[in-house]
Design a protein around this ligand. Structure first.
Ligand code: NGO
Length: 533
């Protein structure tokens, strides 16, 4: 992709923003609040040029979309739906030409070099214009516009305004094509509505992959017609012994559709050959000894394994992957492969080497946890690295070596990117096996240089996993995800040169009132100068 010519590097612009009076200080009583500076956005935009008149959203503002683009119209409709309750303005979406209001443009000269996901946002006295080459770019530009409006715009009841957007231009494209979040729906089941809520939250930070961990020892969460007991029985409980649940095929399709409407691709994971107690409990024949173990509702890992020597195992895997591939428009299938302590190493290699071609047979690309590099990753495979500072040199080197032979990486270092780690010793939820992960620790690393020796280009991006051993609700999940999710999203999107903890914490602080308005109970990390607290 050709990179667009940058305007002004962000760090210079931050200083300029202060010089023009756009500061974080609270306005004097009665004075109108200053508009949010254009660079006070998460993830940090690639380039910002502030200046010129501010735009004010008013009762007569229209949202103009190009004729003939259903997607642009849909994105505009989404924006209007978000802004109407708080502003009280009608905000009609129209294809009638005009250069005033909120203007969406697809293609054309302004969109050159913006790629699949980039956008240009220009704000002035008459209009805010978002230009992009593709609808995904319009969507990301729209999310930036949301953050440039006052936080109260996120409330669901009428607010006084005014609704100003600072003047200037943002030119923004992502650093990485893969910017993911994982949700473990196996340890605790999350309903379609709960998943949709998380998708909306992820989309605000330009995350574009939703990895669903659909099976584990504690629960099988997706209906498979050829093996119906997997979901019906294997999905009937969860950690702690609660009711569990699973997605019907229609439910799963609805998640995929909803995610796509927010420009996220769903990546389904069936974790194998370990983490399979729910499947082994559902079908006695899958066990080497022909005996089904009981369902499991604890939180231990590494005790189950599919029977590598049985032919039926591969029939089972083939059926599951075939049905899952048919439901999944995205190109990736995740086959797990982590923590196979109950599988011998030769068996592990045999299993992974046999199963990877099945993924290709159904037209998909293999993703596996980085243990896959201990077998023979097929051409094009992606390894998801979940090591940490303490990971041994040999294991690390094996991953690096694999990248030198073409394996690509998604980085999810457990002591940085795992959203289920406690923030500190007082965090009531989460685990601590990888240590405490403060907001600063989760943000302050560079995916590009994290694993020495990995060729440039082998890092596809980053992903923030949310394991659900301790999470029984959306509120639990949000408390661990916010604010750290925003930091991982920024590592995936923003250019390395914008990386700066002191600037980040100020931008992050400005998200607090938005989360308050959206009903997100986030962790008030003491390292962040939260606004209005
Ligand atoms: C590990 C383990 C998961 C746990 C998680 C908890 C991986 C890849 N396997 O990460 O089964 O749920 O830690 O943090």
């Amino acid at each position: 992709m050709r990179r667009p010519r940058l305007l002004i590097p962000l760090l210079l612009v931050a200083a300029a923003g202060t010089a023009t009076g756009a500061s974080a200080a609270a306005p004097a009583p009665g004075a109108p609040a200053a508009a949010t500076p254009l660079d006070r956005v998460v993830p940090a935009p690639a380039a910002v040029r502030p200046g010129g008149a501010a735009f004010t959203l008013g009762s007569g503002t229209r949202i103009r979309v190009p004729a003939g683009s259903g997607e642009a119209r849909r994105i505009a409709g989404y924006l209007a739906g978000l802004l109407r309750p708080s502003t009280g303005f009608p905000l009609p979406v129209t294809t009638r030409g005009g250069a005033d209001g909120i203007v969406f443009r697809l293609g054309g000269r302004d969109a050159r070099g913006l790629g699949e996901e980039g956008y240009r946002l220009t704000s002035g006295g008459r209009a805010v214009t978002i230009s992009a080459a593709r609808p995904a770019g319009l969507f990301h530009g729209m999310q930036t516009l949301r953050q440039l409006l006052p936080a109260a715009v996120e409330k669901r009841s009428r607010q006084p305004g005014p609704w100003r957007v600072a003047g200037g231009t943002i030119l923004d494209t992502p650093r990485y094509a893969y910017r993911g979040a994982m949700l473990d729906v196996s340890r605790h089941f999350f309903t379609v509505e709960q998943v949709k809520r998380y998708i909306d939250q992820l989309a605000q930070y330009k995350v574009n992959k939703l990895h669903l961990h659909l099976s584990d020892d504690q629960g099988w969460r997706i209906a498979i017609d050829s093996w119906p007991r997997l979901a019906r029985y294997g999905g009937s409980t969860q950690v702690g012994g609660g009711r569990g649940g699973h997605y019907s095929k229609a439910d799963y399709r609805e998640i995929v559709r909803y995610a796509a409407s927010r420009y996220l691709t769903v990546i389904p994971e069936i974790d194998m050959p370990g983490h399979t107690n729910a499947a082994l409990a559902s079908y006695a024949d899958l066990n080497c000894d022909g005996k089904a173990p009981p369902l499991y509702t604890g939180t231990k890992v590494g005790f189950s394994s599919l029977c590598v020597s049985k032919k039926l195992t591969y029939q089972f895997v083939d059926d599951v992957l075939r049905e899952l591939a048919a439901l999944t428009p995205g190109r990736y299938l995740h086959i797990g492969g982590d923590e196979t302590h109950a599988t011998s190493h030769p068996d592990y290699v045999t299993f992974m080497d046999t199963v990877q071609p099945l993924v290709a047979k159904y037209g998909k690309t293999v993703v596996g946890w980085h243990e896959l590099t201990g077998a023979h990753p097929v051409k094009g495979a992606i390894a998801q690295y979940w090591g940490r500072d303490k990971t041994g040199a040999a294991e690390r080197q094996r991953v690096v070596d694999a990248t030198q032979h073409g394996t690509r990486l998604v980085l999810s270092p457990a002591d940085r990117a795992y959203l289920d780690m406690k923030y500190d010793k007082d965090t009531p939820l989460g685990l601590e096996w990888a240590g405490y992960v403060s907001v600063r620790r989760s943000y302050d690393w560079d995916p590009g240089s994290y694993l020495a020796g990995v060729p440039a280009g082998a890092v596809l991006g980053v992903e923030a996993p949310m394991w659900a051993e301790t999470l029984g609700s959306s509120a639990n999940l949000e408390y661990l995800a916010f604010p750290r999710l925003a930091g991982i999203a920024e590592l995936g999107w923003s250019p390395a040169r914008t990386h700066d903890w002191d600037a980040y914490r100020v931008r992050l602080a400005a998200q607090g009132p938005r989360w308050d308005a959206q009903g997100i109970d986030y962790y008030r990390a003491p390292e962040v100068p939260w606004v209005g607290r």
